[in-house]
Structure formats: structure tokens, C-alpha cells
Design a protein around this ligand. Sequence first.
Ligand SMILES: [Zn+2]
Length: 349
Amino acid sequence: TGPVRVSGLAERPADVGTASRRTALIVNGRVVRDHGLTRAVEGAYRTALSPGLRPSFVLEVQLPGDSVDVNVHPAKAEVRFHDRWEVERAVERAVRRALGVLDSAALVGSGVRTWHAPSGQAPETLLAPPTDAPFHGGAPLFAPGDDVAPSAPDEDPSIVPVPPLLQLRRTYLLYEHEDGVVLIDQHSAHERVLYERFMRQMTDGGASAQRLLLPETVHLSPRDAESLEAHREPLARLGFELEPFGGHSVIVHAVPVPHRRFDALRCLRETLATLSGDRGGTVHAGHETLVATVACKAAVKAGEPLAPDEARALFRALLSTALPAHDVHGRSGIIRLSWDELERRFGRR
Ligand SMILES: [Zn+2]
């Protein structure tokens, strides 16, 4: 077998649902229908779309002739892969990477939809060939020429150059990009950063927890106590060491410290309240709902002033996530206003 190449167009999450859905799959030059590949595309949008929304796309998959049998039944547009898992994974990864660039962020106004596509890529969100390179290989959160280190860890502040950031309404971070003005929602950004970090901790462990000198007793409502029982093990992996204490109380021995403003007990209470109010609404697989809820409650909120160094650290950390432009609730985390659009509105063109 050889490499699987994926190219095409994937709809921006902010545009999904605004028009009727259209999909097309082309495998080795032939239009096919394939539920597995369609599911793989949709899987790539996980957390970037509101539940129930399904994206439009046109994807062309090319793979060595001996890896696929397109002639299963000429009339039925079916296709048989020798290694289906590999192809689906390549498709999901390619779409995921396309959703990781600034070009996938919501755009104010209509007109030209291009946002400085990385060289070698066509306008819109043309997918890069699948490689193991991290998404920021060509991710234009910065102008080309800026050296964005691959998978820059958010611990190393020296690597990523940060443009001057302006906090607006204690809610948004604004900066100037080569192609226009970019607005970041600070809560969405922080939530995305924490979500991806917490998800890694769920699989790899390594949450840094801080033992409380004086363990705290937290009293819960019966429903919240129930949802705590249901989530005690994943909460432990995130750094919450909790011991049931008769009735609906729990003793908190250790808590995570994801950032310096973190209020662990408030986060725990709010997380449990949200989870127990969310009966049957679990749309995400595995621990994604819990982790998304904890990330939401742990993140800085709208209305909180950020010191300049905090804003810069947030920007850098956001850049190192897989989906910087999309918040974990399926909303936009970044909105762009292009110079083209501004010039049109000012009558300059
Ligand atoms: Zn949130």
C-alpha cells in the first residue's frame, strides 16, 4: 500500500446549516457513495459543530490502485477498500487539519472568502495531503515567514511570535493580521486550550494536582452527588481527588491547577450542576461532555480583564491547539473581518 491523498473542500463550521447540505466523494477519479468516509468527515468536525449539524464537503481521495476496488458494482457507486480504517483515518485527519487553520474561522460579511490560503493550497479550505506534520505547518494565524514551531508546547513562550493584542470589552482579543482584523473570544479560546489539555490528560494521565492542606467538605444536592458518583473516576484523572463522606457530601483532598485564577471548588460545583441538568443530552462520546464542561467552567470568562502577559500566553496556547478557531460548544471562537470587506464598506473599491 502507498500513501492516501486527500484533497477537496470542507465547509466552514460557521457556515454549516446556512444552506442545504451537499456532499461529494471521489475515489480514484470515480464518484462514490460511502457512509464510512462520510462519517469520517463528520468525525473531524467533532466539537466544532453544534449537535445535529452536518457539513457540506467535496473530497477527492487518491490511493494506490491495489488498495481499492472501485468496480464492486458499476451501477451502485460502491467502493471496497482493502484497509478501510486507514482511509477513513486519513480523511478524518485531513479534514481536521483543514479545520485547524485560521482560514476555517468565521468571516464577517460576504464576498471574497479567501483568507490567505497557505501556498500550494487553493482558496477556501483546501485540504493538505495527509502527513503526520502538525496542523500549523501552514496555518496562517500568522503571516507567512513567521516561524511557527510545529506543535509548539504552550510552556515555551519564546517560540511563537505574538502580535500586539488589544482586549475589548474585557471579552475579546483583537489583533491585526496581514489579511484583516481578527477577533478572538477569550473564553472560547481558553476553553479550547483547556479542553485539549484535559483530553490529553484523560488518555495519558499527568494532570498536576495540588493537595489541599485542609481538605474541604463540599455539600451537594442529591442530583449533583449522583452525577459526581458517575464521573468520579474521570474527575480523578483530571486531578480532583474526592472522597465520598456520607449523605451527599464529599471531601476534596486534591484539585487540579490549570491556571493561576482557577477556583477549583467553584468549577467542581458548576460542572456537577451542569452535568446533572444535562439529562440524556450527552452528544459527545466518552468523556468529552465531562471534559468540555470542566473546561468551560475552568476557563476565564467574558468580562474578566486579562493582563498583557496573560493575553499573550492565551494566544500562544490557542495557537498550539488542533482547532483554535472553533469553541468546544460548536460556536465560533475566532471571527475575521477582511480588509477586502472593510474596503468595500468604506467605498474604497
Ligand atoms: Zn464555555
